[in-house]
Write a protein that binds this ligand. Structure first.
Ligand code: SAM
Length: 237
């Protein structure tokens, strides 16, 4: 199992990413000039500007953000610098390490977010005030295989909503209109607001859209594994 949890990321502005990054269009050039690891940061900025997703964090005295599919880490950089998440601790999961190293407010898990042990591990950090998911399965070029992989990823991503605190917000990238419609229908009873949005920074050729859900209506409710025991934890209502 390729799993590693650590707490050693450093501010993006101080160190260059170790990843080989391709810089091409105007958003990628802008990201580079502003010190961000990826152009994806502008999608999150647009989503935040329009839906005020970070406003929700103000409700929590000990805010925690979970970022799924976080590497190389431009969303993490944005979360670290956002005035409304200055006190938040950021937990990340990705198959690949972050380009960010050694930051005391970042803990990364390297591995597959669909893996049961990784899902269970997050219970020890939950409940989260905000959950972000920009995960994208690598494309095989075969539409049937790609759709099946997307569905698996999104079904697993949706499980993490159990770890979202009451009043929390959730943002998730989706590649299929059908998955988007199904997810919106499933999430409407659970959140005060459920929206779909394609940011301008998203390439027009890409099928990606984001689902944005605001203000979870029910408390997090999950079992927390501690040693051999299952300790059932229910957030205060
Ligand atoms: C578009 S990138 C995310 C960019 C990131 N938001 C940023 O701002 O730097 C998509 C990420 O999803 C990750 N990913 C895809 N499938 C995954 C899975 N099953 N578990 C964990 N990470 C996954 C990939 O490794 C990749 O780093």
């Amino acid at each position: 199992m390729n799993r590693l949890t650590r707490n050693n990321a450093s501010p993006a502005s101080k160190k260059k990413p170790s990843h080989r990054i391709q810089w091409s269009d105007s958003y990628t050039k802008q990201a580079k000039s502003e010190g961000f690891f990826a152009r994806s940061v502008f999608k999150l900025q647009e989503i935040d500007k329009r839906f005020r997703i970070f406003e929700g964090i103000k409700k929590f005295s000990n805010p925690k953000i979970l970022d799924l599919g976080a590497s190389p880490g431009s969303w993490v950089q944005w979360c670290l610098s956002h005035p409304l998440s200055k006190k938040a601790h950021i937990y990340t999961i990705d198959l690949n390490p972050l380009a960010l190293k050694g930051h005391k407010r970042v803990s990364q898990t390297i591995g597959d977010l669909c893996q049961e042990s990784i899902y269970q591990q997050q219970a020890s950090y939950a409940p989260f005030s905000l959950i972000l998911c920009d995960a994208a399965p690598s494309s095989t070029g075969n539409r049937i295989v790609d759709n099946a992989q997307s569905k698996l990823l999104h079904d697993n991503t949706q499980r993490y909503i159990e770890y979202l605190a009451k009043g929390g917000n959730f943002v998730c990238k989706i590649f299929s209109q059908q998955i988007l419609n199904n997810m919106m229908n499933e999430l409407k009873p659970k959140f005060a607001q459920v929206r779909a949005y394609k940011p301008r920074a998203s390439r027009s050729a890409s099928r990606e859209q984001y689902i944005i859900t605001i203000n979870k209506l029910h408390s997090a409710n999950f079992s927390r594994m501690e040693s051999e025991d299952h300790v059932y934890f229910d957030e205060i209502r």
